[in-house]
Design a protein around this ligand. Structure first.
Ligand code: HEC
Ligand code: HEC
Length: 352
């Protein structure tokens, strides 16, 4: 509680400082930032690269990033925010949308992935096209079928907002609003979306136990799925061909990046944390339910397909009971406290 008060208090201080200096266009210094330590959950690997080395995490930077994430002014017609396609209740995926939905009722070719534990991902996007969390927002912001906006226009909109001036100053030391700062703040918010409190995690921490049904599902998971959806992040971050066929958008996946035929239809292995909440599934959202995904792995893969990953060349034969057990294990990866956590919500938390 003490910390909350302190943050509230420092905000009041900032308000006082900046209501005095608001009309002044000179950069204003404000150095009293609240450090935000990045916590690695117990048993998890360290970050593959220190994405925050040039972007010091602070509470003020996180709060600014959150405001930007939910701000429709980042889109051309002020209708779409990052949060429109990445919804907290769906683990920051786009619930019930096969491909995601941008301005002017336009659609992308891909399903919006869950934004959790992104800080651990060496590559972003389904085809691994982006390699840094700070660069990523440029794609949706400028793409005509997502937010369709120009960075200069966003700067103009935000510069007219005195709350932003104040928040940029408290996050970055001066009130000059710039594109690099917008990208850094968004990275602070998105990078802090850490989900590590599912039943699976509680079992690993010795606080709960799997049911016998879930336990058997876990064994099946470790036999057939863990090779790619590797614990504890439930992805090994590689790009693999899991037997999908070319869709109507001719999305060849990783081949688009490398130009190599051997990379045809390889996609980034998605995390299975919160997978119960992120339907529909796969890079184009063409599978609607988890039971259908399991059915796909069990009966739907063309195992003679040339580019299919060696791990899936052998048929995964599961009885109906085993399929249910696997599904129940996947349900244990749901972190309900994360999707309800007011810290990540659109509405500001009520501080009592
Ligand atoms: C119109 C819907 C839409 C909007 C708006 C949108 N995104 Fe996304 N987001 C997507 C889709 C679709 C992908 C997958 C893109 C791909 O694979 O080519 C994605 C991918 C991502 C990823 C990579 C996740 C991963 O696992 O690889 C991050 C991070 C992300 N978005 C953050 C943001 C931020 C920050 C904003 C706001 C500046 C934003 N998104 C706005 C739809 C959207
Ligand atoms: C060879 C690596 C590999 C193995 C083994 C594997 N998967 Fe996958 N999985 C992937 C890839 C790659 C994707 C994404 C494919 C796409 O988007 O087209 C994926 C997607 C999924 C998705 C969709 C998730 C989402 O957010 O859209 C689920 C669910 C899933 N796999 C479950 C499983 C289960 C259960 C098993 C074991 C029976 C398994 N996978 C085995 C590579 C693998």
């Amino acid at each position: 509680m003490k910390k909350v008060y302190w943050i509230g208090y420092s905000f009041m201080l900032i308000i006082v400082v900046f209501s005095v200096g608001a009309s002044n266009e000179q950069p204003i210094s404000y150095e009293k930032k609240t450090p935000l330590p990045f916590m690695i959950p117990k048993g998890w690997p360290s970050l593959p690269k220190n994405i925050f080395s040039k972007n010091k995490l602070t509470e003020e930077g996180f709060q600014l990033g959150k405001k930007l994430f939910y701000d429709v002014r980042l889109s051309k017609d002020n209708t779409i925010s990052c949060g429109s396609c990445h919804q907290q209740f769906a683990s920051f995926a786009n619930y019930d949308h096969d491909v995601s939905h941008g301005i002017h009722n336009s659609f992308t070719n891909r399903n919006a992935p869950a934004l959790i534990n992104v800080a651990w991902m060496p590559l972003l996007h389904w085809d691994g096209a982006i390699n840094h969390i700070e660069m990523q927002p440029l794609a949706p912001i400028t793409s005509p079928n997502e937010m369709g906006e120009q960075l200069d226009e966003i700067l103009t909109k935000l510069k007219n907002d005195s709350t932003y001036k104040r928040m940029f100053a408290s996050a970055f030391g001066d009130n000059v609003i710039s594109t690099p700062k917008i990208l850094k703040a968004l990275a602070q918010f998105v990078g802090n979306l850490v989900s590590a409190d599912s039943k699976y995690d509680k079992v690993k921490r010795g606080e709960q136990q799997f049911t016998a049904f879930e336990e058997r599902g876990y064994v099946i998971f470790k036999t057939y799925c863990n090779g790619c959806h590797t614990e504890p992040l439930f992805t090994n971050h590689s790009l693999r061909n899991n037997g999908q066929v070319l869709n109507k958008y001719n999305d060849i996946g990783y081949q688009k990046i490398t130009n190599l035929r051997k990379d045809s239809l390889k996609f980034k292995v998605p995390t299975l944390r919160n997978v119960q909440l992120t339907l529909p599934y796969m890079h184009d959202g063409h599978i609607n339910s988890l039971s259908q995904v399991i059915e796909y792995y069990s009966n739907g893969i063309d195992t003679s397909s040339l580019n299919l990953d060696p791990l899936l060349k052998k048929k995964i034969l599961l009885t109906p009971k085993q399929k249910m057990e696997l599904q129940y294990f996947l349900y244990t990866l749901t972190d309900s406290s994360f999707v309800k956590n007011p810290r990540f919500s659109f509405l500001p938390a009520v501080v009592k």
